[in-house]
Ligand binder design. Structure first.
Ligand code: PLP
Length: 428
């Protein structure tokens, strides 16, 4: 109903007369009822309301409503972290013996989850190059394939998802298409408009935007027909652990997210804390102001790096000569390409270390998407556990520097980087 900017500021919480103007933090594990019948109706999913914060909390609910609204989904669920959002998405679709397909350039934590941890649970991940051909992608699908997964902008390989081809293939085979939209946010891209069925976020990143709260969100597009789809018996057979509910039939379009909550939030207990939901909700009120500024500053940084003598290569999808630029124009609002830039510094690992030590404004942190500029050298930090060949498959070289460009004055940002590049070059 409202424009995107208005939704960022206002959606999700609508106080009634006399209620607090600002979303309250419902710091309560439980909710009180006058009669046992009132509470029984909630447990039977016959009435809407809250009974226990693991399964729902009004502060978390407001954030869920806002993000679902921004993405155009039918429902959403907050989780303890981005990782748990992805884990629950996989668990909601797969049993031991099933498989998923993912682009190989996903976030390092997600790569570990898919390559190692879900394998221990009997779920195989088939990795594909983000530039995979339609034929190769289709050849990976069999009758046990339950999910195709990719990132809108890959952290930190920087490739942009080929939504049209991916969603075509998924539709043709009746496979759920889930996208991690953490780096783009709904201000830059809405994957559901490009054929995705489920969107996941590390709300830890831009949705919060101030580096206060680890959290995740799953958004259900309500646009996948589970009903009668033989690939997904769990959605079509009665859930004996939940009153015989048939998710594909009894939950309108929201079967995916109702099942995720009723089964996996109930049993895994990876809920978002009310305090974190409050801080993320507050942060998201300026998302529409921050994303353009992050994108503008990052473009200036990428252009400067391209010309710098101590830089081997630069990856930023917003650069006109970047191989992903056509996809940016096709799928992203206003040519925005978010705030993350990667580049290869001359002098290998040693050059990367000299560079980081000479920075003043950019702080060394294991984080991105903060209003404050920050820097990371993945090969020696977040991706330390990966072998050289795994690193290569993720598109990460040992001289790769990941910048998360903040919303400070671009003059200060550029000066800090140029100075550190000059200092680092002295050691070459
Ligand atoms: C950080 C990140 C995650 C994981 O989120 P956590 O909140 O740290 O668990 C997942 N995907 C992407 C793209 C990320 O950047």
């Amino acid at each position: 109903m409202f424009e995107r900017e208005t939704k960022c500021v206002q959606s999700g919480y609508n106080p009634k007369s006399g209620e607090p103007r600002v979303l309250p933090i419902y710091q309560s594990t439980t909710f009180s009822y006058d009669s046992p019948e009132d509470m029984a109706a909630l447990f039977d999913l016959k009435a809407e309301g809250f009974f226990y914060t693991r399964l729902g909390n009004p502060t978390v609910d407001a954030l869920e409503k806002k993000i679902a609204d921004l993405d155009g989904g039918v429902g959403a669920m907050g989780t303890a972290s981005g990782m748990s959002a992805t884990l629950i998405t996989v668990a909601n679709l797969c049993h031991a013996g099933d498989n998923i397909i993912s682009t190989a350039t996903v976030y390092g934590g997600t790569y570990n989850l898919f390559s190692t941890t879900i394998a221990k649970l009997g779920i195989e991940c088939r990795f594909v190059d983000p530039c995979v051909s339609r034929e190769e992608l289709e050849s990976k699908i069999d009758d046990k394939t339950k999910l195709f997964f990719c990132e809108t902008i890959a952290n930190c390989a920087m490739n942009v998802a080929n939504f049209e081809m991916f969603s075509d293939v998924c539709k043709k085979h009746g496979v759920v298409f889930a996208v991690d939209n953490t780096l783009a946010t709904p201000v830059i891209c809405r994957p559901l408009e490009h054929g995705a069925n489920v969107v996941v976020y590390a709300s830890t990143k831009y949705l919060d935007g101030h580096a206060t709260s680890v959290g995740g969100i799953i958004v259900d597009g309500g646009n996948f027909s589970f009903l009668g789809n033989k690939r997904y018996p769990d959605f079509n057979e009665p859930d004996e652990s939940y009153h015989g509910l048939v998710y594909a039939k009894d939950c309108g379009k929201a079967g995916f997210i109702v099942k995720a909550r009723a089964q996996y939030m109930r049993d895994f207990g990876a809920q978002m804390a009310p305090m974190n939901a409050f801080l993320t909700f507050l942060g998201s009120e300026t998302l529409h102001l921050r994303m353009p500024r992050h994108s503008e500053n990052a473009l200036l940084v990428a252009e400067m790096l391209k010309k710098n003598s101590n830089v081997e290569w630069v990856k930023y999808a917003g650069l006109k000569d970047d191989e992903n630029y056509p996809l940016v124009q096709k799928y992203f609002d206003g040519g925005m390409a978010s705030g993350m830039v990667t580049f290869g510094i001359k002098g290998g690992r040693a050059g990367a270390i000299r560079f980081q030590k000479a920075l003043r404004l950019f702080r060394i942190v294991t984080h991105i998407a903060d209003a404050r500029s920050c820097v990371l050298h993945p090969a020696s930090t977040t991706h330390r556990q990966l072998s050289d060949s795994d690193l290569k498959a993720c598109g990460i070289s040992d001289n790769l520097i990941r910048l998360s460009v903040g919303i400070e004055n671009p003059k200060d940002i550029l000066a800090d980087l140029e100075n550190a590049l000059k200092e680092a070059e002295k050691g070459n």
